[in-house]
Design a binder for this molecule. Structure first.
Ligand SMILES: [Zn+2]
Ligand SMILES: [Zn+2]
Length: 104
């Protein structure tokens, strides 16, 4: 009975490590479509909200409909589920990693 509490913690950390392996998608910058207002992907970071600017629903409310359509929406926190750190604390690490990659 003593050891029981350790097991879920170990499983959880294994899951987190395993999940981070799947995130190694190459960020494909859409080249060939030069946008004068936005300078490629390195500027794609909303420091205010801690997510990439291109998916920041708080800066770009037009995105909300898209996320809702995909079913990726947390009504409780008014955020896409995939950005809702309150519901998915693991996302914080993910976005931190993205930030250190993009933000200089
Ligand atoms: Zn923002
Ligand atoms: Zn939420």
């Amino acid at each position: 009975m003593k050891c029981m509490s350790i097991i879920p913690v170990v499983l959880l950390s294994v899951c987190v490590l395993g999940a981070s392996g799947c995130d190694k998608k190459k960020e494909t910058a859409a080249k060939g479509t030069p946008t004068p207002t936005q300078t490629a992907s390195e500027a794609d970071w909303c420091a205010e909200h801690g997510v990439p600017e291109s998916i920041c629903t708080r800066c770009n409310s037009k995105l909300i409909a898209e996320f809702k359509q995909k079913g990726d929406w947390c009504k409780e926190h008014n955020l896409p589920e995939s950005q809702c750190i309150e519901c998915n604390p693991d996302l914080k690490e993910k976005f931190e990693a993205m930030k250190s990659k993009t933000g200089k």
